[in-house]
Design a binder for this molecule. Structure first.
Ligand code: PHE
Length: 329
């Protein structure tokens, strides 16, 4: 017979299981009793060395103790788990009446919002977005756009020169040239971007944003240009607004027009954008035959559109990052 008092072993350990204060100590106890080297496991192993007559009875006894332990372990585990849950429920209460500490999140700058809205509109009408470099050569910014060296239009641009041949682009029109040089016809693009001019007052900034549009195809017409720009301006400012095309001059378009919008027929017309049919010289500069292909182009100032749309008195407000201003958009 094994030299173990099974009654004490059972009652001592059952109370130890019952008194265990944590899942870890319970686990530890389980290892001591039922693990590979545990008390009961060892006892079961020695049964073979016992006298034959006692083996069966001994085996049953040990297995019964094992079953009682397993049962006690399960009960205590459940109790400890419940206790832990109750403890959490009690201690982790949320006071729903506390003021909310919301994180301050930023939002998209009004100039970017307007730019995206404009690109979205033209995107839905078949135009794809293109971009170009902000540092240009004289050729792309002026010459290829039919603005020769001595042309008075150069004075209108108040250019920042980096060296005699490099400058900060004064408009997004040079992207017309880049795209016509590299893309297959027909072309239908919208070009948002930063442009630079030595100019600064309440409605001018040395850096501002333009959006250029260009369509080159065999059938492009002034009627098509008028149609898309009228739709665009009514979309942007409201379908009740009045739109008019007024003859104007740009070296790279012929005929050229400026487009004005009026809120009511009593208010003055506000100039919104420039446009026209691409000048044959511009098409020739990129080896497109003007007798087969026609184009129209338009260019608008994003700040100007935003200022008119939201009645903003100074362009500087867009760049000062004053939260009181920006939070209104
Ligand atoms: N590039 C012109 C400007 O900056 C705008 C324009 C673009 C006019 C395309 C006609 C056609 O004023």
């Amino acid at each position: 017979m094994l030299d173990i008092n099974f009654d004490t072993l059972q009652s001592d350990h059952l109370s130890a299981i019952h008194d265990a204060q944590s899942l870890e100590s319970l686990e530890h106890l389980k290892l001591t009793l039922l693990g590979k080297k545990g008390l009961l496991t060892q006892a079961l192993k020695t049964i073979g060395q016992q006298p034959k007559e006692t083996r069966a009875e001994l085996g049953q006894r040990i297995n019964a103790i094992k079953a009682s332990f397993l049962d006690a372990f399960e009960k205590r585990t459940n109790q400890l788990r419940d206790q832990a849950i109750h403890h959490r429920v009690k201690t982790e209460t949320v006071d729903v009446t506390q003021p909310v500490n919301t994180a301050q999140t930023g939002h998209i700058h009004p100039i970017t919002q307007i730019t995206r809205a404009i690109c979205d509109f033209f995107g839905q009408h078949g135009y794809s977005v293109k971009q170009g470099p902000e540092i240009e050569t004289d050729f792309y910014n002026f010459k290829a756009l039919n603005i020769p060296d001595d042309h008075p239009a150069r004075d209108m641009h108040d250019t920042f020169y980096l060296d005699p041949n490099h400058l900060l682009r004064t408009h997004t029109s040079p992207v017309q040239i880049h795209v016509m040089e590299t893309h297959e016809l027909p072309i239908q693009i919208i070009v948002p971007g930063r442009v630079y001019r030595c100019d600064s007052d309440s409605s001018h900034s040395a850096m501002f944003h333009q959006i250029e549009g260009l369509l080159v195809s065999k059938t492009a017409s002034f009627a098509e240009l008028k149609s898309i720009l009228t739709q665009f301006l009514k979309h942007m400012f409201g379908s009740d607004k009045c739109v008019r095309f007024r003859p104007s001059y740009f070296p790279f378009t012929e005929p050229s027009a400026e487009v004005d919008v009026a809120w009511t027929d009593k208010q003055p017309w506000l100039e919104i954008l420039g446009c026209g049919m691409v000048h044959p010289n511009v098409l020739k500069a990129v080896n497109i035959g003007p007798s087969v292909y026609k184009g129209f182009a338009f260019g608008l100032g994003v700040e100007r559109i935003a200022m008119l749309k939201y009645n903003i008195p100074s362009i500087k407000l867009f760049y000062e990052n004053d939260q009181r201003f920006l939070n209104q958009f």
